[in-house]
Design a protein around this ligand. Structure first.
Ligand code: MG
Length: 242
């Protein structure tokens, strides 16, 4: 089933092959079941600032930096950019509301998949638009031994952020591999767009309320329903001979 998608990907990008040796993971909605908390927190924070924003908006804006999301809302409502102070104020509110949701649970089967990849010698990299300072600790707590600081791209590292290809290109660079040797896994339209623009094989993991077509339109090479399906079907992806 995946062979056509892989063949199309290879031909479109003029790659000599497809042989995954690293997986670049988005964090929220992929490694952690955290998107409901983020969506709720965004809606509360925006409402407090009298800014129009729905939970669905949170899913559609997911992946870019928080400041970019806030700026888009200011452009829509006031026809101007948000000031630094406004961006910081809304983002702080949002972060506080998110903290109220408690620690997000790891996505079911995320750890099992990471262990499988590690056992087979594949690198694991995190590519997230999140700017939480304690991110590595949280990853280490939930997925011990699976990630290292030098294999992470966060909001602090990037200039543009998703949907620009920059974060996934930085992630690729950290692997030291060729683009046909890595796979990107992202659940958000803007994240999929970023990975696809970086010319990486992109798995759209549809873990939220958006119709799967949104991820197809964003450029996903294949769409899966969640981490369990990726875990179960990983061998089908790597065993395709191209
Ligand atoms: Mg995500």
């Amino acid at each position: 089933m995946f062979s056509h998608a892989i063949e199309r990907f290879k031909q479109r990008n003029h790659y000599p092959g497809f042989a995954p040796r690293a997986v670049l993971f988005d964090m929220d909605g992929v490694l952690f079941d955290s998107m409901r908390g983020h969506a709720t927190a965004w809606v509360k924070a925006m409402r407090e600032m009298d800014l129009p924003f729905t939970e669905l908006d949170a899913y559609m804006n997911e992946g870019q930096t928080g400041h970019a999301t806030i700026n888009n809302v200011f452009l829509k409502k006031y026809g101007r950019d948000a000031t630094e102070e406004e961006k910081q104020r809304v983002y702080q509110l949002k972060s506080d509301y998110f903290d109220d949701c408690g620690t997000p649970a790891p996505m079911p089967y995320a750890f099992e998949l990471l262990q499988k990849l590690k056992a087979r010698g594949l690198q694991r990299v995190v590519v997230t638009g999140s700017g939480q300072p304690s991110l590595l600790n949280r990853l280490e707590h939930s997925f011990p031994g699976m990630f290292t600081k030098d294999k992470m791209v966060t909001a602090f590292d990037v200039q543009y952020g998703k949907p620009h290809p920059e974060p996934y290109l930085m992630g690729l660079k950290k692997t030291g591999l060729q683009p046909w040797e890595v796979v990107a896994v992202d659940n958000a339209p803007l994240g999929v767009e970023s990975a696809s623009a970086a010319r990486l094989f992109t798995i759209g993991l549809n873990t939220g309320p958006l119709p799967p077509q949104v991820l197809v339109d964003a450029g996903a090479n294949i769409i899966l329903g969640g981490m369990k399906e990726l875990y179960d079907r990983w061998d089908e992806i790597v065993e395709v001979k191209v």
